[in-house]
Design a protein around this ligand. Structure first.
Ligand code: RRO
Length: 308
């Protein structure tokens, strides 16, 4: 079975990517994603203009059915990641960027526009963990104004990383905004912001930043991720592709993301726990489901989830 896919004229050898933040902080980690079997390429850790240490440790905790994190945007700084993606690699790259404030986002995109990089960029509008900074994409007016300013000068391929939404009216409102702009893709969902977990022996929260509040990922968020992929596929222009992110631990989960309309699928928490070997396993499991159903191509079922 052929799992190649094309997004914004970029050809990916497989539908699988890392979720930004996992296995993509250093050149060694990004190279490992590129070189691993069955990966489509690599998404960088979201880059800020300057290098950052991130929030105090512990800032990641494994839960029974997922994870909670408040990393706080640790990254090697924009020049490091721009340098990486500008070099030739065996598979495509997606440069993820995240301003800590609106002027950062504009500045980062001006720098990409002026650079020789011609590949895909993804603007992270959904980091839940920077102290004192709300998730941009929960402010609809601000998101609209930001995209309007960006597309007044930006001409390279650009997508956005979105937080999960939980109300059908919010899907309508955000999709109407996104449809005004020539976006290559959306990546949905970022972690489910500001969950909380407690160790009952110590009666303490399990991560240090923000009094224990952090973004949830992993199996527990799969239904939320599927809902966001389907809701946006139903509402966005067909030219805006969808990277489905959230809750993928098996080929079944990948199959559900694709049924909801995902063009590519990325893996965060499960990749962190299992390593890059997970992409071969997911590929084999997806291929087995397709074979059993008599599907020979993803196009046979992509976006074709049926109502009850
Ligand atoms: O670094 C983080 O704390 C982080 C980011 Br930027 C993000 O977009 N999503 C997330 O779960 N953690």
């Amino acid at each position: 079975i052929d799992f190649k896919t094309t997004m914004a004229s970029v050809e990916f050898p497989s539908i699988f990517l890392n979720a930004s933040g996992v296995n993509c902080m250093t050149v060694a980690e990004m190279d490992e994603m590129i070189n691993a079997a069955c990966t489509g390429g690599v998404v960088t850790k979201s880059a800020t203009p300057q290098q950052r240490e991130g929030n105090p440790q512990p800032r990641y905790y494994q839960l029974e059915h997922g994870s909670i994190n408040s990393m706080g945007l640790p990254n090697a700084g924009f020049p490091y990641y721009l340098d990486y993606v500008t070099k030739e690699h065996a598979k495509p790259t997606i440069l993820s960027v995240a301003g800590l404030q609106m002027s950062d986002n504009i500045e980062l995109l001006h720098k990409i526009q002026a650079s020789e990089y011609t590949g895909l960029t993804e603007l992270n509008l959904s980091c839940p963990n920077v102290i004192g900074k709300p998730q941009v994409a929960y402010d609809f007016e601000e998101t609209d104004a930001l995209l309007a300013e960006i597309f007044s000068f930006y001409t390279k391929p650009l997508g956005v990383k979105l937080p999960p939404y939980f109300d059908l009216v919010h899907f309508d409102q955000m999709a109407a905004i996104l449809n005004k702009y020539p976006l290559t893709h959306i990546n949905t969902v970022n972690s489910v912001g500001n969950g909380l977990w407690i160790d009952i022996d110590t009666e303490k929260v399990v991560i240090k930043p923000k009094q224990g509040f952090g973004g949830l990922g992993g199996a527990m968020i799969l239904p939320t991720a599927l809902a966001n992929v389907r809701a946006f596929r139903q509402r966005l222009n067909p030219s805006i592709k969808i990277i489905g992110t959230g809750g993928v631990t098996s080929g079944k989960d990948v199959f559900m993301h694709l049924l909801c309309g995902a063009d590519m699928v990325s893996v965060g928490t499960a990749l962190l726990h299992e390593g890059v070997g997970i992409f071969q396993r997911l590929t084999d499991e997806l291929a087995a489901i397709m074979a059993e159903k008599g599907y020979t191509s993803i196009e046979d079922f992509r976006g074709k989830v049926q109502d009850f």
